[in-house]
Design a binder for this molecule. Structure first.
Ligand code: AMP
Ligand code: MG
Length: 337
């Protein structure tokens, strides 16, 4: 299949929406990362998403809507708390797990009777949902296990020949996937996957916000997980990644001691000049690091890195999302120096 690269012109968006309505898979920009979109109600279209990504069938897809009225056609009941959260954080990078409406097939929900729903803020994503007239199932548009794509070129590299089209909407501004939450009663939520919407932001609306233990800890054999995606190896480039925690002088000394041919470092902006190995940087503050982290992991593969020592981000605020992606990219190989 030839994969068309479309622009965000009105004519191209109409073509992409038509492809979606007809049951095809299209790579689309969102504010978080690029998504691999299809009609969430069409089991055959959704099957093509799983096939293109090589995604395990029990890892559910997030359903994207453009208007609040559409929520009741995706979720069978919507608690008051969900509406309060929607009012504050939608459109935006927050996904809520709600009881699934029968019109959403179980292939979309990975066999669960719940569904993850979000209203993206990216204008192209919203326009495509409106023009196609269907709710859009869209996981990240990477090959399963590889770092998520934040540009149309990343999507083309992973999906060329496997999907109908990719819409180029430029760089994704957030850079990491949405915050995923489960509602637990009227005054409590659990964060299943950290993202740009932080615990502190949620606490402005909900009295009790807890972090699921799968965010920072590797699951043991046989342990059940609230968010199926958390159990898989994820976000990993081909290079062997190790996350290094500690202060700069100890980091630099550790890298020097353990460097081999093909070793690179991934450090903060302004660091690296005194390192003994080649390096890339991924910003300084948490939002900047979220914006850059996946693109830099991909770039390290492109330049031939075999081994990467990553300077661990501060795991607070949006930094928790960056840390969560990096420990998985490192297969939980974290070293304290
Ligand atoms: P991705 O589509 O790559 O952004 O990943 C979606 C994430 O949302 C995965 O970690 C899923 O496990 C999680 N998710 C989606 N739907 C549900 C659901 N119904 N229950 C729990 N987690 C979900
Ligand atoms: Mg993903």
């Amino acid at each position: 299949m030839e994969t068309k690269l479309l622009s965000n012109s009105t004519a191209d968006l109409q073509e992409a929406a038509h492809l979606l309505k007809e049951g095809n898979v299209v790579g689309i920009p969102t504010e978080t990362v690029y998504g691999l979109a299809a009609d969430a109600r069409n089991p055959e279209a959704v099957r093509q998403i799983f096939a293109a990504k090589g995604r395990p069938a029990d890892n559910p897809l997030i359903v994207h809507i453009a208007k609040l009225e559409e929520l009741e056609s995706v979720a069978v009941s919507v608690p008051e708390l969900a509406l309060k959260l929607a009012e504050k954080f939608w459109p935006g990078p927050l996904t809520m797990i709600l009881p699934k409406h029968p019109s959403i097939p179980t292939i979309t929900s990975g066999g669960l009777d719940t569904v993850g729903v979000r209203m993206p803020s990216h204008l192209v994503a919203r326009k495509l949902i409106e023009l196609s007239g269907v709710p859009i199932a869209a996981p990240s548009a990477n090959i399963s296990g590889y770092p998520s794509p934040t540009t149309a070129q990343h999507v083309m590299r992973d999906m060329h020949g496997k999907i109908a089209a990719v819409v180029d909407g430029g760089d994704c501004c957030v850079g990491v996937e949405s915050t995923v939450i489960a509602l637990e009663g009227e005054d409590s939520v659990r964060i299943l996957r950290p993202g740009y919407v932080t615990k502190e932001m949620l606490e402005t609306v909900v009295p009790h916000v807890t972090l699921d233990k799968a965010i920072l800890h590797q699951l043991q054999e046989g342990q059940t997980v609230r968010s199926p995606g958390m159990k898989y190896q994820h976000y990993s480039p081909h290079a062997h990644v190790t996350l290094i925690e500690g202060r700069w002088p100890e980091f630099a000394a550790w890298v020097q001691q353990h460097a081999e041919v093909g070793t690179y470092a991934l450090v903060f902006d302004g660091e690296g000049a005194d390192l003994s190995v080649p390096y890339l940087t991924y910003g300084t503050g948490d939002a900047e690091q979220a914006h850059q982290v996946f693109a830099k992991l991909r770039e390290l593969d492109d330049i031939g890195a075999k081994r990467v020592f990553v300077r661990a981000p501060n795991p607070n605020g949006i930094g928790l999302a960056v840390y969560n992606r990096l420990i998985r990219a490192a297969g939980f190989e974290v070293i304290q120096v």
